[in-house]
Ligand binder design. Structure first.
Ligand code: NAD
Length: 441
């Protein structure tokens, strides 16, 4: 089987590489010439553990190719996956411009049956728009070709994307014909041999499944953050409450960690898009609107604690930041809480010194040199008035506090991920603040 993946971002590149790993002939296409030139040289545009080696292996075996020329790939493909970005439009809805551009190009060149699959996260009804866009081009060329459209949303997590793709909890595929179901079942067979199921359904349900999944996960996070904030006011410890509720199998212990709000390229955008979709059909997603509001506030939580610790007198203070990416194991900073916090600090006239194991190049690209970048976590703390822990990279788990105590001008820590031990830090004369526990009582 030959497939083309259009869009070589986090999703497209991982999808294409993993399909080639099981022996399928894959071409990954992107409009970004530099990205493709680099990939041909073995340079990956993203940080994703294990991906570079997998790309190198499959490129060498001749199963994985990179191109900017979609038209020349169209008729050489049994299946074309559309995995381009669907960024939020000005009103929060998903911008389908890139998806439909690709669909039109496919229609302009298709001469045989192809299954066109949307892998990007797209609102209910998008596959129908993709079908219409392809059909319009075929009609223009006066060609009566039968083709399929399917929806195959992606559930991988950045940072663990290869594992998620190779051993998925489930694969969701929305189809409109038996032929498309057969093709998709064949394509995914290597991934389902160990009991990982493909769940076939109709196309709108598949499209909705992706949004419902992300909305549910975002809801868990905001719910827990709301509980955490109340715990702090009421004198309860959210870490204990989390263990207490997580042990109930109906609730489960995953995704109920309090923190400084969800970020990344998916949850914020998908929650917004689902709210917007519902609004356009006259239905209000009341829970999701609250989820979003709680999350927006949560991103400022540590900054507010910092302000009240210094009773607002923060101008000229030096702040060390550990972690810039929106979560560990990725260089992705889209909608990262760090961006909100840095913005607050700079507006208040603070000096910011940051360290992140992989996201500093991305930070330089996004916000430039408005903050200082340090070569390790210790350098960031030199002469600092406060330390913010924003991303729970493993290398931040057990720092040498004795050394840090000497390096910092003022020993106060704002832990946005609840990874440090309040008792230990207090014994070393640090002031310590986290989420959902009143550590100063
Ligand atoms: P990304 O921004 O990393 O990559 C998108 C790529 O598409 C870019 O390289 C861009 O140059 C390319 N592109 C845009 N228009 C193109 C065109 N006309 N032809 C060829 N290439 C084109 O995006 P991503 O994070 O990989 O996300 C892609 C989709 O998958 C989005 O809908 C997203 O919501 C969804 N998704 C993302 C994740 C994630 O963790 N990142 C997980 C599941 C689903």
């Amino acid at each position: 089987m030959k497939i083309t993946i259009v869009g070589t971002g986090y999703v497209g590149l991982v999808t294409g590489t993993c399909f080639s790993e099981v022996g399928i002939n894959v071409v990954c296409v992107d409009i970004d010439q530099k990205k493709i030139d680099n990939l041909k040289k073995g340079i990956s545009p993203i940080y994703e553990p294990g991906l570079d080696e997998m790309i190198a292996r499959n490129t060498e075996k001749g199963r994985l190719h990179f191109s900017t020329d979609l038209p020349s790939c169209v008729n050489d493909s049994d299946v074309i996956f559309i995995a381009v970005g669907t960024p939020p439009d000005e009103d929060g809805s998903a911008d389908l411009k890139y998806v439909l551009d690709v669909a039109r190009t496919i229609g302009q060149h298709m001469n045989q049956h192809i299954t066109v699959v949307t892998k990007s996260t797209v609102p209910v009804g998008t596959a129908a728009k993709v079908r219409a866009a392809v059909q319009e081009e075929l009609d223009r060329r006066e060609l009566g070709i039968f083709f399929d459209v399917a929806s195959n949303p992606e559930f991988l997590k950045e940072g663990d994307a290869i594992n998620d793709f190779m051993k998925p909890d489930r694969i969701v595929v929305g189809v409109e014909s038996e032929k498309a179901q057969e093709i998709m079942a064949r394509l995914y067979k290597p991934f389902t041999l160990n009991g990982h199921p493909v769940i076939f359904m109709d196309v709108p349900s598949a499209e909705m499944t992706k949004y419902a999944a992300n909305a549910m996960l975002a809801t868990k996070i905001s719910f827990m953050n709301d509980i955490a904030n109340l715990c702090e006011i009421m004198g309860a410890d959210v870490n204990m409450v989390r263990k207490g509720i997580g042990s109930d199998t109906r609730i489960g212990n995953k995704f109920i960690y309090p923190g400084i709000g969800y970020g990344g390229s998916c949850f914020p955008k998908d929650v917004k898009a689902l709210i917007k979709t519902a609004d356009t059909v006259g239905y209000s997603m009341r829970i999701l609107k609250a989820v979003e509001a709680v999350n927006d506030d949560q991103k400022s939580l540590l900054f507010n604690k910092f302000m009240s610790f210094f009773t607002g007198d923060v101008r000229g203070k030096t702040v060390a930041i550990w972690g810039l990416s929106f979560k560990p194991q990725t260089d992705d900073m889209r909608e990262a809480p760090s961006l909100v916090i840095i913005d607050h600090l700079l507006k208040q006239g603070c000096r910011v010194k940051a360290y992140d194991p992989v996201a500093m190049h991305e930070s330089k690209r996004r916000i430039g040199e408005v903050i200082e970048y340090c070569k390790d976590p210790y350098e960031a703390t030199i002469d600092s008035d406060a330390l913010f822990l924003l991303t729970e990279w493993t290398e931040f788990r057990y720092p040498n506090w004795v050394v840090i105590r000497k390096l910092m001008k003022n020993p106060v820590i704002f832990d946005g991920r609840n990874i440090y031990d309040a008792v230990e830090l207090k014994s070393l004369d640090f002031s310590y603040f986290c989420v959902g526990v009143n550590t100063e009582k």
